[in-house]
Design a protein. Structure first.
Length: 349
Protein backbone atom coordinates (compact mmCIF):
# COMPACT_ATOMS: atom_id res chain seq x y z
CA UNK A 1 0.00 0.00 0.00
CA UNK A 2 0.99 3.65 -0.26
CA UNK A 3 -0.32 7.13 0.50
CA UNK A 4 -1.62 9.20 -2.42
CA UNK A 5 -3.61 12.37 -3.05
CA UNK A 6 -6.47 11.06 -5.17
CA UNK A 7 -8.97 12.87 -7.38
CA UNK A 8 -12.14 10.90 -6.65
CA UNK A 9 -14.45 12.83 -9.00
CA UNK A 10 -14.23 15.74 -11.46
CA UNK A 11 -14.32 19.12 -9.67
CA UNK A 12 -13.88 17.35 -6.32
CA UNK A 13 -11.16 18.23 -3.78
CA UNK A 14 -8.25 15.79 -3.61
CA UNK A 15 -8.50 13.09 -0.95
CA UNK A 16 -5.35 11.84 0.79
CA UNK A 17 -5.77 8.12 1.36
CA UNK A 18 -4.10 4.73 1.34
CA UNK A 19 -4.22 3.00 -2.04
CA UNK A 20 -2.63 -0.01 -3.70
CA UNK A 21 1.02 0.48 -4.65
CA UNK A 22 1.37 -0.07 -8.43
CA UNK A 23 3.26 -3.09 -9.80
CA UNK A 24 5.63 -2.65 -12.75
CA UNK A 25 4.65 -4.22 -16.03
CA UNK A 26 7.06 -4.89 -18.92
CA UNK A 27 8.87 -1.74 -20.03
CA UNK A 28 7.87 0.23 -16.93
CA UNK A 29 9.62 1.47 -13.82
CA UNK A 30 8.36 2.14 -10.31
CA UNK A 31 9.54 5.43 -8.83
CA UNK A 32 9.73 6.30 -5.16
CA UNK A 33 8.56 9.90 -5.45
CA UNK A 34 10.71 12.51 -3.67
CA UNK A 35 9.26 15.84 -4.88
CA UNK A 36 6.19 16.85 -6.92
CA UNK A 37 5.27 20.36 -8.11
CA UNK A 38 1.68 21.43 -8.72
CA UNK A 39 0.60 23.94 -11.35
CA UNK A 40 -2.48 25.38 -13.05
CA UNK A 41 -2.67 22.37 -15.37
CA UNK A 42 -3.56 20.28 -12.30
CA UNK A 43 -6.56 22.56 -11.78
CA UNK A 44 -7.58 22.12 -15.43
CA UNK A 45 -7.35 18.35 -15.02
CA UNK A 46 -9.21 18.14 -11.70
CA UNK A 47 -11.99 20.35 -13.06
CA UNK A 48 -12.49 17.78 -15.82
CA UNK A 49 -11.69 20.35 -18.50
CA UNK A 50 -9.28 18.00 -20.30
CA UNK A 51 -12.41 16.14 -21.43
CA UNK A 52 -13.22 19.18 -23.62
CA UNK A 53 -9.91 18.79 -25.47
CA UNK A 54 -11.35 16.42 -28.02
CA UNK A 55 -8.17 16.41 -30.12
CA UNK A 56 -6.29 14.85 -27.17
CA UNK A 57 -6.59 11.37 -25.65
CA UNK A 58 -9.35 11.44 -23.05
CA UNK A 59 -8.16 11.57 -19.42
CA UNK A 60 -8.35 8.60 -17.10
CA UNK A 61 -11.66 8.72 -15.23
CA UNK A 62 -11.36 9.20 -11.46
CA UNK A 63 -10.02 7.80 -9.25
CA UNK A 64 -6.94 9.52 -10.69
CA UNK A 65 -3.66 10.45 -9.00
CA UNK A 66 -2.54 13.84 -10.36
CA UNK A 67 1.07 15.02 -10.60
CA UNK A 68 2.92 15.55 -13.90
CA UNK A 69 6.01 17.40 -12.56
CA UNK A 70 8.00 15.14 -10.28
CA UNK A 71 11.30 13.50 -9.45
CA UNK A 72 12.32 10.48 -7.42
CA UNK A 73 14.36 7.30 -7.20
CA UNK A 74 13.88 4.17 -9.31
CA UNK A 75 12.52 1.53 -6.91
CA UNK A 76 11.66 -1.39 -9.22
CA UNK A 77 12.03 -2.40 -12.86
CA UNK A 78 9.57 -4.15 -15.14
CA UNK A 79 10.63 -6.92 -17.51
CA UNK A 80 13.01 -5.85 -20.26
CA UNK A 81 14.03 -2.54 -18.69
CA UNK A 82 17.76 -1.96 -19.02
CA UNK A 83 18.18 1.79 -19.57
CA UNK A 84 17.90 2.63 -15.85
CA UNK A 85 18.83 0.84 -12.62
CA UNK A 86 17.25 0.59 -9.19
CA UNK A 87 18.51 3.51 -7.10
CA UNK A 88 18.91 5.91 -10.05
CA UNK A 89 17.68 9.44 -9.33
CA UNK A 90 15.42 10.69 -12.11
CA UNK A 91 12.93 13.33 -13.19
CA UNK A 92 9.92 12.14 -15.18
CA UNK A 93 9.29 13.17 -18.79
CA UNK A 94 5.52 13.78 -18.61
CA UNK A 95 4.36 12.99 -22.16
CA UNK A 96 3.19 9.48 -23.04
CA UNK A 97 4.59 8.84 -26.49
CA UNK A 98 4.88 5.82 -28.77
CA UNK A 99 8.67 5.88 -29.18
CA UNK A 100 8.30 4.47 -32.71
CA UNK A 101 6.91 7.20 -35.00
CA UNK A 102 9.08 9.54 -37.08
CA UNK A 103 8.70 12.52 -34.68
CA UNK A 104 9.61 10.28 -31.72
CA UNK A 105 12.60 8.79 -33.52
CA UNK A 106 13.85 12.22 -34.60
CA UNK A 107 13.78 13.68 -31.09
CA UNK A 108 10.48 15.54 -31.47
CA UNK A 109 8.42 13.25 -29.25
CA UNK A 110 6.30 16.23 -28.19
CA UNK A 111 4.83 15.90 -31.72
CA UNK A 112 4.26 12.12 -31.42
CA UNK A 113 1.83 10.82 -34.08
CA UNK A 114 0.32 8.41 -31.55
CA UNK A 115 0.32 10.74 -28.55
CA UNK A 116 -1.23 8.98 -25.58
CA UNK A 117 -1.52 11.88 -23.14
CA UNK A 118 0.29 12.78 -19.94
CA UNK A 119 1.50 11.21 -16.74
CA UNK A 120 -0.93 12.46 -14.08
CA UNK A 121 -3.77 12.80 -16.62
CA UNK A 122 -3.98 9.65 -18.69
CA UNK A 123 -2.19 7.45 -16.15
CA UNK A 124 -1.66 7.98 -12.41
CA UNK A 125 1.01 10.58 -11.59
CA UNK A 126 3.34 11.75 -8.86
CA UNK A 127 1.09 12.92 -6.01
CA UNK A 128 1.84 9.68 -4.21
CA UNK A 129 4.65 7.80 -2.52
CA UNK A 130 5.17 5.74 -5.68
CA UNK A 131 4.42 6.19 -9.37
CA UNK A 132 4.67 3.83 -12.32
CA UNK A 133 5.75 5.22 -15.71
CA UNK A 134 7.26 3.90 -18.97
CA UNK A 135 11.02 3.42 -18.54
CA UNK A 136 11.78 5.75 -21.48
CA UNK A 137 10.21 8.61 -19.48
CA UNK A 138 13.11 8.54 -17.00
CA UNK A 139 15.44 11.56 -17.24
CA UNK A 140 18.60 10.99 -15.15
CA UNK A 141 19.40 13.65 -12.54
CA UNK A 142 23.05 14.46 -11.96
CA UNK A 143 24.43 14.42 -8.39
CA UNK A 144 24.46 18.21 -8.04
CA UNK A 145 20.74 18.52 -8.82
CA UNK A 146 18.41 18.16 -5.82
CA UNK A 147 15.09 16.29 -5.77
CA UNK A 148 13.28 19.62 -5.43
CA UNK A 149 15.09 21.03 -8.48
CA UNK A 150 14.22 17.78 -10.24
CA UNK A 151 10.50 18.56 -9.82
CA UNK A 152 11.04 21.75 -11.88
CA UNK A 153 12.68 19.89 -14.77
CA UNK A 154 9.54 18.46 -16.48
CA UNK A 155 7.37 21.59 -16.32
CA UNK A 156 8.39 25.03 -15.10
CA UNK A 157 11.93 24.77 -16.46
CA UNK A 158 11.47 22.20 -19.23
CA UNK A 159 8.59 23.88 -21.05
CA UNK A 160 10.24 27.30 -20.64
CA UNK A 161 13.47 25.88 -22.08
CA UNK A 162 11.73 24.36 -25.11
CA UNK A 163 9.91 27.63 -25.80
CA UNK A 164 12.84 30.01 -25.32
CA UNK A 165 15.72 27.97 -26.71
CA UNK A 166 14.10 25.77 -29.37
CA UNK A 167 11.09 27.73 -30.63
CA UNK A 168 11.82 31.39 -29.93
CA UNK A 169 15.50 30.87 -30.79
CA UNK A 170 16.69 33.76 -28.64
CA UNK A 171 19.86 35.54 -29.82
CA UNK A 172 22.15 37.76 -27.71
CA UNK A 173 21.16 40.78 -29.80
CA UNK A 174 17.42 40.25 -29.22
CA UNK A 175 15.00 42.17 -27.09
CA UNK A 176 12.61 39.53 -25.79
CA UNK A 177 9.20 40.31 -24.30
CA UNK A 178 7.58 37.65 -22.13
CA UNK A 179 3.83 37.87 -21.49
CA UNK A 180 2.95 36.32 -18.09
CA UNK A 181 6.57 36.70 -17.00
CA UNK A 182 5.60 36.33 -13.32
CA UNK A 183 4.04 32.90 -13.79
CA UNK A 184 5.85 29.68 -12.95
CA UNK A 185 6.95 29.11 -16.54
CA UNK A 186 7.46 32.84 -17.19
CA UNK A 187 10.04 33.45 -14.47
CA UNK A 188 12.10 30.54 -15.75
CA UNK A 189 11.71 31.78 -19.34
CA UNK A 190 13.01 35.18 -18.19
CA UNK A 191 16.12 33.55 -16.74
CA UNK A 192 16.77 31.47 -19.86
CA UNK A 193 16.36 34.44 -22.21
CA UNK A 194 18.64 36.52 -19.98
CA UNK A 195 21.36 33.88 -19.81
CA UNK A 196 21.25 33.76 -23.63
CA UNK A 197 22.39 37.36 -23.59
CA UNK A 198 19.10 38.97 -24.62
CA UNK A 199 17.51 42.09 -23.17
CA UNK A 200 14.34 40.95 -21.43
CA UNK A 201 11.03 42.75 -20.88
CA UNK A 202 8.79 40.99 -18.36
CA UNK A 203 5.07 41.71 -18.70
CA UNK A 204 2.47 40.76 -16.08
CA UNK A 205 -0.23 42.29 -13.89
CA UNK A 206 1.06 42.24 -10.28
CA UNK A 207 3.68 44.71 -9.06
CA UNK A 208 5.00 42.54 -6.22
CA UNK A 209 5.50 39.56 -8.52
CA UNK A 210 6.99 41.79 -11.23
CA UNK A 211 9.56 42.92 -8.65
CA UNK A 212 10.60 39.26 -8.33
CA UNK A 213 10.78 39.02 -12.14
CA UNK A 214 13.21 41.95 -12.12
CA UNK A 215 15.29 40.28 -9.38
CA UNK A 216 15.47 37.14 -11.53
CA UNK A 217 16.96 39.02 -14.45
CA UNK A 218 14.39 41.01 -16.42
CA UNK A 219 15.89 44.31 -17.60
CA UNK A 220 12.47 45.97 -17.62
CA UNK A 221 9.08 45.04 -16.20
CA UNK A 222 5.72 46.28 -17.45
CA UNK A 223 2.44 46.07 -15.54
CA UNK A 224 -0.23 45.50 -18.19
CA UNK A 225 -2.91 46.76 -15.79
CA UNK A 226 -1.31 50.20 -15.63
CA UNK A 227 0.04 50.91 -19.11
CA UNK A 228 -0.51 50.15 -22.79
CA UNK A 229 1.77 47.14 -23.31
CA UNK A 230 2.44 47.84 -26.99
CA UNK A 231 3.38 51.45 -26.30
CA UNK A 232 5.57 50.40 -23.37
CA UNK A 233 7.49 47.87 -25.50
CA UNK A 234 7.93 50.42 -28.30
CA UNK A 235 9.22 53.01 -25.85
CA UNK A 236 11.74 50.56 -24.44
CA UNK A 237 12.99 49.65 -27.93
CA UNK A 238 13.28 53.08 -29.53
CA UNK A 239 10.07 52.47 -31.47
CA UNK A 240 11.23 49.18 -33.09
CA UNK A 241 9.31 46.68 -31.01
CA UNK A 242 10.52 43.38 -29.57
CA UNK A 243 12.49 40.93 -31.72
CA UNK A 244 10.91 37.98 -29.97
CA UNK A 245 7.69 37.74 -27.96
CA UNK A 246 6.69 34.72 -25.88
CA UNK A 247 2.95 34.78 -25.13
CA UNK A 248 2.20 32.39 -22.26
CA UNK A 249 -1.42 33.60 -22.00
CA UNK A 250 -2.78 33.21 -25.54
CA UNK A 251 -6.06 35.10 -25.35
CA UNK A 252 -7.43 37.24 -28.20
CA UNK A 253 -6.18 40.40 -26.55
CA UNK A 254 -2.70 39.23 -25.50
CA UNK A 255 -2.08 37.63 -28.91
CA UNK A 256 -2.99 40.85 -30.69
CA UNK A 257 -0.83 42.92 -28.34
CA UNK A 258 2.03 40.44 -28.67
CA UNK A 259 1.93 40.57 -32.46
CA UNK A 260 1.60 44.35 -32.55
CA UNK A 261 4.57 44.73 -30.18
CA UNK A 262 6.81 42.70 -32.55
CA UNK A 263 9.63 44.38 -34.43
CA UNK A 264 9.97 43.90 -38.19
CA UNK A 265 11.39 40.43 -38.78
CA UNK A 266 10.23 39.46 -35.31
CA UNK A 267 8.96 36.13 -34.07
CA UNK A 268 5.90 35.52 -31.90
CA UNK A 269 5.84 32.22 -30.02
CA UNK A 270 2.41 31.12 -28.77
CA UNK A 271 2.66 29.09 -25.60
CA UNK A 272 -0.62 29.69 -23.78
CA UNK A 273 -3.95 28.78 -25.26
CA UNK A 274 -7.56 29.46 -24.44
CA UNK A 275 -10.32 27.49 -26.17
CA UNK A 276 -11.74 29.64 -28.95
CA UNK A 277 -9.08 32.37 -28.70
CA UNK A 278 -8.26 33.88 -32.09
CA UNK A 279 -5.41 35.96 -33.45
CA UNK A 280 -7.25 38.20 -35.92
CA UNK A 281 -4.68 39.74 -38.24
CA UNK A 282 -4.58 41.77 -41.39
CA UNK A 283 -2.51 39.70 -43.85
CA UNK A 284 -0.67 42.86 -44.86
CA UNK A 285 0.45 43.38 -41.27
CA UNK A 286 2.12 39.94 -41.31
CA UNK A 287 3.92 40.43 -44.62
CA UNK A 288 4.95 44.01 -43.91
CA UNK A 289 6.61 42.87 -40.72
CA UNK A 290 8.01 39.69 -42.26
CA UNK A 291 6.71 38.28 -39.00
CA UNK A 292 7.01 34.67 -37.91
CA UNK A 293 4.36 33.07 -35.71
CA UNK A 294 5.28 29.74 -34.13
CA UNK A 295 3.78 27.51 -31.46
CA UNK A 296 5.54 25.68 -28.64
CA UNK A 297 4.24 22.39 -27.26
CA UNK A 298 5.58 20.81 -24.11
CA UNK A 299 9.11 19.48 -24.09
CA UNK A 300 11.32 16.74 -25.45
CA UNK A 301 13.50 14.37 -23.47
CA UNK A 302 16.53 16.15 -24.92
CA UNK A 303 15.22 19.45 -23.52
CA UNK A 304 14.92 17.95 -20.05
CA UNK A 305 18.41 16.46 -20.20
CA UNK A 306 19.77 19.88 -21.20
CA UNK A 307 17.86 21.53 -18.33
CA UNK A 308 19.44 19.08 -15.87
CA UNK A 309 22.85 20.12 -17.24
CA UNK A 310 22.01 23.81 -16.71
CA UNK A 311 20.91 23.13 -13.12
CA UNK A 312 24.10 21.15 -12.50
CA UNK A 313 26.14 24.14 -13.68
CA UNK A 314 24.07 26.60 -11.63
CA UNK A 315 23.15 28.44 -14.83
CA UNK A 316 19.44 28.64 -13.93
CA UNK A 317 17.55 28.66 -10.64
CA UNK A 318 14.49 26.59 -9.84
CA UNK A 319 12.31 29.25 -8.20
CA UNK A 320 10.72 27.48 -5.24
CA UNK A 321 8.19 29.31 -3.10
CA UNK A 322 7.34 26.69 -0.45
CA UNK A 323 7.68 23.01 0.42
CA UNK A 324 4.85 21.06 2.09
CA UNK A 325 4.09 17.42 2.93
CA UNK A 326 1.99 15.43 0.45
CA UNK A 327 -0.83 15.35 3.02
CA UNK A 328 -1.41 19.06 2.30
CA UNK A 329 -1.98 18.48 -1.43
CA UNK A 330 -5.73 19.29 -1.28
CA UNK A 331 -5.10 22.70 0.33
CA UNK A 332 -2.19 23.48 -2.00
CA UNK A 333 -4.22 22.67 -5.12
CA UNK A 334 -6.94 25.02 -3.83
CA UNK A 335 -4.28 27.74 -3.49
CA UNK A 336 -3.04 27.13 -7.04
CA UNK A 337 -6.65 27.50 -8.20
CA UNK A 338 -6.89 30.82 -6.31
CA UNK A 339 -3.63 32.08 -7.96
CA UNK A 340 -2.14 32.24 -4.46
CA UNK A 341 1.16 30.58 -5.40
CA UNK A 342 4.26 32.29 -6.81
CA UNK A 343 6.14 29.96 -9.16
CA UNK A 344 5.80 26.47 -7.69
CA UNK A 345 5.09 24.77 -4.37
CA UNK A 346 6.72 21.37 -4.03
CA UNK A 347 5.06 18.52 -2.14
CA UNK A 348 7.12 15.83 -0.46
CA UNK A 349 5.65 12.37 0.31
ZN1 LIG B 1 5.55 8.70 -31.41
Amino acid sequence: MMTAAVLTGWKSPLVVKRVQRPECRAGEILIEVKATALDAFDVTISDGRMRDQTALPQPQDPPLILGHEFAGVVAALGAGVNQVSIGDRIAVYPLLTCGRCLPCLSGHENRCSEFRGYVGVNIDGGLAQYARVPARNAIPLSPGVTDTQGAFVPGALGTAYHAVMKRLGVLPTDTVAIVAAAGGVGIHAVQLAKRSGARVIGIDVDDARLARVAELGADHVVNARDVDVVEAVRELTGGRGADKVLDIVGTDITLLHSFTALARGGRLCVMGGAPGARLALDSIAILQKEAEIVGTLGTTRADLTEVVELLERGAVSAVLSETHPLSEAPAILARVNAHDVFSRIVLVP
